[in-house]
Design a binder for this molecule. Structure first.
Ligand code: C2E
Ligand code: CA
Ligand code: CA
Ligand code: CA
Length: 278
């Protein structure tokens, strides 16, 4: 008979174990990837649909794994976040995206570059100092840099979040609330956050024009943003009908596969040409 010595034996769950194992593999590989520079930023154009001109880009990270190919950030950002690797990885993203924004400026292009921040980065007391150093060294105009924050990052310690937002604004950056409408517990906080832009989440956009509730929600978000004098970006826009609906409701800046997926910097040039010749 077996002794009942090791409790862990009784709780053995092959599924849980496989998930934990995958996380551990990703964690180790992330450290190697940072060292070996396996990351790349791709840029998804944000278009003013009134004139089909590019107004900016969202920087989205890609992991080009030497054996597994491209790995989605949906898979590795949460691991990077929970292990703290995000601090170094996020710092790399900030440098890289600001250098890209500066290259655009040097070409005489006035476009903004939106950068995703993780919760851990946002809460980091060194963030403001790091950003002021990056802005200083890259010489990019701060107003062209937008930081994307999610609602859940701002909840919890509201006063601390508001303080951090004010410090970031003082650097001259613009602030966006990403995935708007998916995580808010109270709208009354919105007016206290010194933010500039709301990004309407894809989940509200994707079933337009079939889902009348989603259309009502989207129209209400747009109306509210106008009243609060916030700019708007609709994300995940894939069809002409969605653009028509958004335009009819006075939301003009769109991001989504209808115009373009995120592209490598090398591929952006080709996209700009096709857009220009339309
Ligand atoms: P997100 O910030 O909401 O980014 C938008 C996601 O929607 C991107 O996925 C983008 O490729 C995708 N997308 C854009 N247009 C369309 C469309 O028309 N249809 C559909 N189906 N999808 C569309 P991606 O690049 O896989 O990124 C996923 C998430 O990973 C991001 O969601 C963001 O939360 C996170 N992420 C990506 N890059 C970074 C980063 O540099 N730092 C941090 N902290 N998070 C990042
Ligand atoms: Ca985003
Ligand atoms: Ca988003
Ligand atoms: Ca989203």
């Amino acid at each position: 008979a077996k002794a009942k010595g090791r409790n862990t034996y009784h709780f053995y769950d092959p599924n849980l174990n496989a998930a934990a194992k995958e996380r551990m593999i990703i964690e180790n590989e992330l450290r190697v990837a940072l060292k070996d520079k396996q990351f790349e930023l791709h840029y998804q154009p944000q278009i003013d649909c009134r004139n089909s001109e590019i107004v900016g880009y969202e920087a989205l990270i890609r992991w080009l794994h030497p054996k597994k190919g491209m790995i989605s950030p949906v898979k590795f950002i949460p691991v990077a976040e929970s292990t703290g690797i995000i601090v170094e990885l996020g710092e790399w993203v900030l440098w890289e995206a600001c250098r890209f924004a500066k290259r655009l400026e040097d070409q005489g292009v006035v476009n903004n570059v939106a950068i995703n921040l993780s919760a851990r980065q946002f809460k980091d007391t060194n963030l403001v100092l790091l950003l002021s150093k990056i802005l200083d060294k890259t010489k990019v105009s701060p107003k062209n840099i937008h930081l994307e924050l999610t609602e859940s990052m701002l909840m919890g310690d509201i006063e601390a979040a508001i303080g951090q937002l004010h410090e970031l604004k003082a650097l001259g950056l613009a602030l966006s609330i990403d995935d708007f409408g998916t995580g808010f517990s109270s709208l009354s906080y919105l007016k206290r956050f010194p933010v500039d832009i709301l990004k309407i989440d894809r989940s509200f956009v994707k079933d337009i024009p079939q889902d009348t509730s989603d259309m009502a929600i989207t129209a209400a978000i747009i109306a509210m943003a106008k009243k609060l004098k916030l700019d708007l970006v609709a994300e995940g826009v894939e069809t002409k009908e969605q653009i028509k609906f958004l335009e009819d409701n006075n939301c003009y800046i769109v991001q989504g596969y209808y115009f373009s997926p995120p592209l490598s910097e090398a591929n952006l040039e080709g996209f700009r040409k096709t857009l220009g010749s339309q």
